[in-house]
Structures are given as structure tokens and as C-alpha cells.
Design a protein around this ligand. Sequence first.
Ligand code: NAI
Length: 657
Amino acid sequence: MAKTPQPKMPKTKFWRFKIDVEKIGWLTIDTPKSPVNVLSSAALTELENLVSRFEDLIASDELIGVILLSDKDSGFIAGADISEFGEMMKTMPTSLERVHKLFARIERLKAPFVSGVHGFCLGGGLELILATHYRVAVNNDKTRIGFPEIKLGLFPGFGGTGRSLRQAGPVNAMSIMLSGKYLRAGAARGMNLVDKLVQNRDQLRWECRKAVIQKRKSKPAPFLKAVLAKAPLRGFVAKKMRQTVAKKANKNHYPAPYALIDLFEKHGDDWRAMIKGEPDGFSPLMRSDTSDNLRRLFFLSEGLKKQGLSGKDKPKFARVHVIGGGVMGGDIAAWCAFRGMAVTLQDLDLERIEPALKRAKKLFKKRLRKPQLISAAMSRIEADVEGKGIKRADVVIEAVVENLKIKQEIFKAAEKQMKPDAIMATNTSSIELEKIASVLKDKSRLIGLHFFNPVVQLPLVEIIQSKYNKEIDVKKGASFALAIGKSPVIVKSATGFLVNRVLMPYMLGAVNRVEAGESKELIDAAAVAFGMPMGPIELMDMVGLDVGKSVAEEVGFPVAENSKFAALVKAKKLGKKTGEGFYVWEKGKAQKGETPEHKDLVALGRELVKPLVDETEKCVKEKIVANADLADIGVIFGTGFAPFLGGPLKARKDGKA
Ligand code: NAI
């Protein structure tokens, strides 16, 4: 078959373009040397040149439409290139206006421009497809569509605010921009952000072709949805949004959602005006410390992903055996099964495993929703009282009671049965690894995989390295944490590791102040005003006073026997789980009294977190963690320490802690 003659096109590195026999132009994005596509400024400049050619080719009837696809298996476009934001800031607002112009030209093309999405289509990627005329997406588990900008202290700046509003109506559009949540293909279709769903990538090409030939054009949101953006309703909607946001984010810490609502309130009834207004709201956010710190955290957390083994050394984890089916072991097992691994769960008898299986089912129901997925996940987790799974497991995790002798016995027996290359890990929160390993033939095998409670919600796993471990053992541990979607931070085996060590002096310092007569409500309010997700007293109630007391003792801060704290533990007032601790708990909420007036809550909060920051500094000095960056991200992921401040050490460097 003769090849279709190709018109002269500009040279591109990020895009490929080919016209087929039907005069349809196939444009594919393929960012070189990167696992994902990003809209870098170089890619956008190339796109400008391409669009100029499209305009000419359409005018001369050589092109009847363009289809935009991604050549990467990983997905469509992950967003703008965050590493260029610093540079972009210097040329604000021109840099944004230039993209606005480019996207408006795409929108004005006289032939259909159709986008076909698979995998991730986020941020700038979503903004680009919203400027095209019709959008098709693969309806499978991998497709994710959304605006993550808010998590970086920003809002969409390539025209996504106005165009998402035009397509989805104000309530849906604002909710996805304000939450940063990713939608599955079906939900995106439901919101009119995409027009058509297909089952796979072959169908995607076919459907996009049909859309060009039939000159399909996406329709804006129906009147009943759009009407909420008209005055006077818009004012009410904006007010309601501010109230909802205020429950989650302090305006002084996280200004982006408020700036987005302001933009909506000003221009929400005119999507073009909203786009025009973007740079005014966006530029100060981009220059803010909050966004700078959140962007740094993004890169640090991406960096954590590189801590495992890669290439041909990358281990595969198919089977996990967990010993101890209590609070931690049960949830670790459920999480691993949720992430697709075959799990055997061992405890002294079946009755002790059953509650864990019930919790697992609850998790699968909530996260997987479809009955066949739930039952598949349930079939991956198996009660195993006799420990038959040890022999086959790629990873053995022990999470039995915090008792050296018991742990030693377990590992001594396990060592004889385990595959030689399987990971041998303990979830101990306080016992030195060297002590547990002392009974092993090969002491270098045992690492710590220290999960946090609740396992499902907390992203951090401290990978504990004993003095016997070789680097490869620890890296293997990090690979496993990554394989189950957690963030690994490598920490030396020393009392309290990183997180408990820095958390305890802060929490106990606060408890001591309450014992000395200060208001617990005031202490908690001050920590929150500083930027902590909850106050230290409420947190102690959440953790459980018994657990808190024993961890305190482990890390060298024994609780005085004549203290209120000790009395509460004795009286089995252990916090949220028993309905009373420092607070009385009703329906999962601490019942708080009046917060006394205070002239500077943030300053008081700063005073409260000082011990945490001091201790983090010590951890870096003592090489418990390799460097300050890892300490910052570890403490943020492990304690929730104010992300907008960039972590305890960054906050201190900036004079904020
Ligand atoms: P838990 O008391 O809820 O569960 C321990 C389980 O181990 C019980 O079900 C018990 O029957 C079982 N067990 C005891 N001896 C056993 C044996 N010989 N063979 C098999 N199973 C046995 O305890 P939790 O809270 O789950 O803690 C487990 C480990 O995780 C401890 O080392 C603890 O320090 C650590 N950890 C606890 C955290 C927490 O917040 N609870 C956080 C991080 C680590």
C-alpha cells in the first residue's frame, strides 16, 4: 500500500504527528526519557508550532481533524512540569497567558480536535483536553482524571477553572478542583468532563476517528447545573463552599481554595472571564511559601519512590505471611491483600484472626465497591493458624505482642522455614532489632517494617535498619513498602526510631502542661492554629493512653505514677476507644469545652511543637535518618506535621518553628 504523503511539519521532540489516508491527523505525546508525559514549556512551544500548521492545513483542506493520544502505557498527561514552576514564576502572568492563547486557538480550530485518554490525565493534561472539542476515555481501573493543583497550594492555571465549570457546572467543577480528588472514567463521564467511554485503547483510536468524521462536539453543562453559577445563587454557593473549606483548611495556611472560590464568585457566570481572571489569583499562590513548601514535599515524596531496588534487581512480591492478627498485623494483612498480594495471616487461634478478616472485608467493601472485586480480595487473605504460609512467602512480617522473647521464638522458628531470599521483618515499635536478631543464624536478615496505626490511612513505613543489615536487605524492604503503595523512609534501629521519638516529647510536653492546670482545649487549639492536623491531647486520646504510656516509657519518658495520665490508664479511660480519656468521646468525636481566650495561639503552638523540632534535629545529627529532607518528609507523613511549613526542619530554617 502506498504511504500517505506527509505535509512538512515543525521538528518536535515531545510530539509525533502523522496524517492518514482519511486526512485525519494523529498527534501523540511522548515525553522523551520520562515514564510519564508532562506539559513542559518546551512541549507547549512545540504544540504552538504544531497548532499553527494545523490552522494552515485545515484552511487548505489537507486536514479534516486532529486526534490527540498518548504513546505511554503509563497514561495520558500527568500535568504541567512542576520542576519548571520556579522559572514560570519569573514570567508570570505572561507564561500563563501564553498557554491560554494556545488553548484558545485549539478551541477555535475549524476542524474537530478530539482527545483520547487512558491512564492518568491530570492538571494541565485535563486542561488541555478541556480545550479540545470532544473527549473519549478508556473506562478501566487505570484511568484517573482530576486537578491535583490544590495539593500544591495552587489552582488550575491553564484555563481549567473556566472550562471545567462550563462542562461540569459549578458544583461538580469546584468540588473536584477544591478537593484535588481523581475521578474514574465513569465519574468523569457523569460530570460531562469526558463525552464517551470505551473499553480499551484499540477502541479509543476507533472512537476518536468516528468523532472526527462525525464532527462531534461536546456540549456544555445543562442549564439546571449551570444556573448555580448565576447571580444571586452564585453568592450563596460561594459562601457554602467557603464554609465547607474552612472546616478542612485554615486560610492563613492554605490560601489556594479560598482564592479559587473568590475567582468563582467574581466570574463564575462567564467561563471565559474566569479563565482571564486566573493569572491574578494564581500568581500570588505560586509565589507563596505554602506552594513552595508543598512543591518541595511533592519532589521529596517522589524521591522516596526511588529508594527501592530497580531494574533487574526489582523484587516481585506475590505472597505475604503476617504473624499476629491484632490491630496492626490484621490491618497490614488486609492492606497487602487489597494491593493484590496473596496473604496468609497467623495467630494463636482462629477466633483471634476473625476480627481482622471482618475489618478486611469492610476495607474492601469501601474501597473496591464491586462485589466481584471484593470477593477476589477476600480470597487473597487466608487464616493460617499453623503458619503454613511461611514456607512460600516472599515477605514474612511479624506483628505479635511487644515482647522480646516471643518475637525471638517466632523468628527462630521462621528462619528454618523461610525461602532464602524472602524478607524477614518485624513491626516492633520499640525493641532493638539487634536484640531480636541475636537468636538468628543469619542476623543480617531481619529488618524492621514499622507501620503506623491506622495502617490504611497512614502512608509512612519506617524501614528499620539494624547494624547487621546489608544495604540490599533494607532496599528490598523499601521496595516492598513501595509495592504496597506506602512511602518508605529508612531509619536506623534506635529507640523510638524517628516518628515515635520526635512525637513523644511533644505529646508528653503538652500532657504535662494540662496536668499543671492549663486548658486542654487551649493546648489543642494552639497546635491546630500552628498547623498540626489535631492537637496533642486529642491525638493522645486517639492513639490510646495505654499505647501512649508504653511508647513514652520505651522512648525514655516514663509517665509519673501519681499523674492524671497514669490514673486515667489505671481507670481504663484509654481515650477514644473506651469513650473517655482526657476528653469524653461521643460518636467518634472529642467533646470539647470552651477554649479560653489567648492573645497569640500560633506562638503558643510554636512553643508546643518546639520539642518535636528539637528532637528531629537530633535525629539528623545522630544519623537516625540520612538527611534533613528525609526527616522532614518522614515526620510529615508519620505525624501530620504542618505540610504547608515543609516539615519541622524547613519550618525552623524559615524561622517558623
Ligand atoms: P495486638 O495486641 O493488637 O495484636 C497482637 C496479636 O499477636 C494478638 O492477636 C495476639 O494473639 C498475637 N500473638 C501473640 N503471640 C503470638 C504468637 N506466638 N503467634 C502468633 N500470634 C501471636 O498488638 P498490636 O497493637 O497489633 O501490636 C503488634 C506489634 O506492632 C507490636 O510489636 C507493636 O509494638 C507494634 N506496633 C503497634 C502499633 C500500634 O499503634 N498499636 C503501631 C506500630 C507498631
